[in-house]
Write a protein that binds this ligand. Structure first.
Ligand SMILES: NC(=O)c1ccc[n+]([C@@H]2O[C@H](COP(=O)([O-])OP(=O)(O)OC[C@H]3O[C@@H](n4cnc5c(N)ncnc54)[C@H](O)[C@@H]3O)[C@@H](O)[C@H]2O)c1
Length: 335
């Protein structure tokens, strides 16, 4: 059985979703809506069989359409998502689904009542490299996770509808929540600065303290000389660097600092706290990652959730914790 789709928004990111929808044999794209005539022309030129419109109701009132993809600017998500759910559609909404936790709770209530799927477009959870690191952490190969830091930097693409935090950090927060098994408890602090546009932070350092003293630092910026997409995980046994723009996306370092047990007065080896350490520096492993386009996997999963009732990996609870972390604790400079 095919799922009939409508898509709202086909600007910079929307075409990637549309391409994957059209390529999926279980999906039929009936209509794409965009306010911009240019973007509608883009769709008509590249996908002549897909209808276009500037009217969102042409999707919402179409009884043949059961699922809607929303890829519009963040400040429009909540309203469009709510309208789509009230019209009885399953929704896949680009990240972040909304800007307030209470909005997500409202969407959740409508979806639960009407047995509808909400999938958040937290693409990185459908990324093979991210999933590989999750398996490494879950298997215990890295030992206890000590701290993780994420760098998502570049010169541009500068926006004015959201700041660098809301544009980039949802990805890293989503990955952290996934890797650490969706903790509901965390302490958050952040500091950002608006150098280019008044009131729109170009660079933000976000710090999260999770249970068991796992410390996470997320550095996002569109005002940086280099394109960096790197996450470093420091475990008690091994360390991993996941570099999304490198050819070798994952490097596993057998490195660490171990206590050297010294002979105690009672002729045992229990004195591990006397300050002797072994700096271990062993092999570096570059695992082979079987690559699949994350959006292809994401859309297949969304369809599976609709047709088979599978629990969505990036469901409303996942989305809610991402927004909690984004909104918790105000920017230090505004205090
Ligand atoms: N998952 C990812 O890796 C990723 C990457 C980039 C962007 N995004 C997300 O995708 C979403 C869109 O970002 P973008 O960069 O494509 O933005 P964009 O501004 O380039 O495109 C948005 C499009 O939506 C249209 N639009 C706006 N309001 C509308 C409405 N009410 N009805 C119909 N059309 C409307 C605009 O005309 C535009 O064509 C954002 O939520 C962003 O966070 C996700």
């Amino acid at each position: 059985m095919k799922v009939n789709f409508g898509q709202i928004g086909v600007g910079y990111w929307g075409p990637n979703l549309l391409r994957n929808l059209v390529a999926n044999p279980d999906c039929e794209v009936k209509r794409v809506v965009d306010l911009s005539e240019d973007r509608r022309n883009f769709v008509s030129t590249n996908y002549p069989s897909v209808e276009v419109s500037e009217d969102v109701d042409s999707i919402l009132n179409d009884k043949d359409i059961s699922a809607v993809i929303i890829s519009t600017p963040v400040n429009t998500h909540f309203d469009l998502a709510k309208r789509a759910l009230l019209a009885g559609k399953h929704i896949l909404v680009e990240k972040p689904i909304a800007t307030e936790v209470k909005q997500l709770e409202e969407l959740d209530a409508i979806a639960t009542k009407n047995d509808l799927v909400i999938c958040a477009g937290h693409t990185f959870l459908y990324n093979s490299a991210v999933r590989y690191v999750k398996k490494l952490i879950d298997s215990g190969e890295l030992g206890d996770i000590r701290y993780i830091y994420c760098q998502r930097l570049n010169l541009g693409r500068i926006r004015s509808d959201v700041d660098a935090l809301w544009n980039f950090a949802p990805h890293d927060i989503s990955i952290m929540q996934y890797w650490l098994n969706e903790p509901n408890e965390f302490e958050v602090s952040k500091r950002g600065m608006d150098y280019v546009q008044n009131g729109v932070d170009d660079v933000v350092f976000l710090n999260i303290l999770y249970p068991k003293n796992i410390m996470v630092n997320i550095h996002v910026s569109w005002l940086d000389p280099l394109k960096v997409r790197r996450i470093t995980v420091v475990g008690s046994k091994k360390m991993v660097v996941y570099d999304d723009v490198a050819e070798n996306k994952i490097m596993i370092y057998d490195k660490g600092i171990d206590h050297i047990a010294t002979l105690g007065e009672r002729m045992d080896f229990d004195r591990t706290n006397v300050g002797q350490f072994n700096l271990r520096s062993g092999d570096v492993l570059i695992p082979k990652i079987d690559w699949q386009e994350p959006l292809k996997v994401e859309i297949e999963h969304f369809v599976d959730c609709i047709l088979n009732g599978t629990k969505c990996l990036t469901d409303i609870n996942h989305a809610k914790n991402v927004v909690r972390i984004l909104t918790e604790n105000s920017d230090l400079k505004d205090d």
